[in-house]
Design a binder for this molecule. Structure first.
Ligand code: NDP
Ligand code: PMR
Length: 402
């Protein structure tokens, strides 16, 4: 007897019979992915940790107790009738999927039909409205609460995800904040300067805590993607616009970035919001490589970063002055020609999530003028292995992993 796990069917759906499930599971849908065939998961993607109730956890289809991921339908199945290989939908968590790049990526993946998108967002209502505004198919996404400005919230998210029993196949660390005009730093719940706290430390804890779940997944290509940027790379023109990224000797990071026992900046200097963002992106790119060095061989997980292009219209620039917000898109469109639409950038990140040609680990992807992907070079600092090791260790200490 095949055991299907219920990832949290809504009340009233327990009556689904084994027969109807099997009928559903045989609805084959051709897909070019891996040149094998997909079947739709026998259930609507409907795990709901936010509405989680212990009672619900006990409810299992066909009366069989399923306690761990091991009981989830295997990623690849052989169908009985045709002997063809089938692949279940992948589960992808995208942080900050309530706007900009994250939302566009969610849309691209949800529309291709092979992904369950978990939108990990700090504002549930905003995320729901955003999903509706781009007409995400109802069954293709779920929203889970995640505030990267609180380590407790990160741990709660991980706990909720684990309890859902769903396998985790791809994690996209996409959320970010940018405070270019702030004269004073703001801080996360744990007292870290906000840009590095959210963009780097929150994601660092999230990724570390979810790694074993990804390792357990039987999905053919598991990936951890951390969004980077050109502006953290001083080997480019964009990366040379002041203030430039520079982590220095990491003395501020070692001091906890709290501005009381040291500096809120990684390099120990005085606060600069634009630099803090660029520094956080350097950390993102360094951590992708450090994950690769530490875990790729052992786990088979692909670790990747990317610069999706200049998506000059997103909410990232919401704190910038009005004049900047008005001029930045045409400047990028007509002068630098680095502009990409949210839709195009979403397709690019979706490629890094699911394209079979982008499985190489340890790579920082970029796209050329014809929108073709290529492995890009990181700056000296963003590829400094010794610095990566130190950032890893100091960050682990700050988020309570050591
Ligand atoms: P947006 O501001 O549109 O999206 C950022 C997302 O992060 C939003 O969904 C936001 O949530 C979320 N977020 C912010 N703070 C938190 C938090 N504390 N917890 C959880 N989520 C949070 O910006 P973009 O789409 O432009 O940025 C996405 C990524 O792309 C970032 O990593 C950025 O560095 C990168 N990038 C962007 C470029 C660009 O040109 N725009 C270029 C290169 C890289 P909410 O909706 O609630 O505010
Ligand atoms: Mg930049 C090829 C040139 C290029 C590219 C691809 C970008 C991307 N920018 C380029 C050039 C320039 N920028 C030049 C010549 C200037 C001086 C006029 C310039 C200025 C500028 C500012 C003030 N650019 C900016 C800002 C920001 O506030 C943005 C930023 O640094 O956010 C951190 C930004 C950006 N330019 C980019 C990209 C992708 C950004 C923002 C997003 C990011 O890195 O995440």
């Amino acid at each position: 007897i095949r055991i299907y796990q219920n990832f949290g069917l809504p009340d009233g759906n327990e009556h689904i019979s084994k027969k109807s499930m099997e009928k559903e599971s045989c609805r084959l849908k051709d897909s070019p992915f891996l040149e094998i065939h997909f079947y739709e998961h026998p259930f609507r993607f409907n795990f709901s940790p936010l509405l989680y109730r212990s009672k619900q956890r006990e409810r299992l289809t066909i009366g069989i107790r399923a306690q761990t991921n091991a009981t989830a339908a295997p990623a690849i199945n052989k169908t009985s009738q045709e002997g063809k290989k089938t692949l279940r939908k992948g589960n992808v968590v995208i942080t900050g999927a309530s706007s900009g790049l994250g939302l566009a990526t969610a849309k691209s993946l949800a529309e291709n039909g092979n992904w369950n998108v978990i939108m990990a967002c700090r504002d549930f209502l905003k995320a729901e409205k955003a999903a509706k505004s781009v007409a995400l198919p109802k069954e293709s996404y779920k929203i889970m609460h995640l505030d990267l400005a609180s380590l407790d919230s990160v741990r709660q998210f991980v706990d909720n995800f684990r309890r859902s029993g769903a396998p985790l196949d791809v994690l996209v660390c996409n959320a970010a904040v940018y405070f270019p005009t702030a004269s004073e730093p703001t801080y996360t719940a744990d007292g870290f300067e906000m840009s590095v706290g959210v963009n780097h430390l929150g994601h660092f804890l999230l990724a570390r805590e979810l790694l074993d779940l990804m390792q357990q997944s039987d999905y053919p290509s598991r990936r951890l993607i951390i969004v980077g940027s050109i502006t953290g790379n001083t080997n480019t023109l964009a990366g040379n616009i002041p203030p430039k990224a520079n982590l220095g000797d990491l003395r501020g990071l070692a001091g906890g970035l709290n501005g009381t026992s040291g500096s809120p900046m990684i390099d120990g200097d005085k606060f600069d919001g634009a630099k803090a963002y660029k520094d956080s992106k350097v950390c993102n790119m360094l951590m992708m490589q450090e994950f690769h060095r530490r875990y790729h061989e052992q786990t088979g997980i692909t670790f990747a970063s990317l610069y999706p292009g200049c998506i000059a219209t997103t909410g990232l620039f919401r704190e910038h002055i009005a004049l900047f917000r008005a001029l930045f898109p045409p400047f990028q469109k007509y002068i630098t020609k680095g502009f990409v639409s949210e839709e195009e950038a979403g397709k690019r990140l979706a490629q890094v999530v699911s394209d079979t040609s982008l499985t190489k680990s340890g790579v920082y992807w970029s796209w050329n003028k014809n929108s073709a992907s290529f492995e890009n070079q990181l700056s000296q600092e963003a590829s400094d292995a010794e610095k990566a090791r130190k950032v890893w260790e100091l960050s682990a200490k700050l988020v309570g992993l050591q």
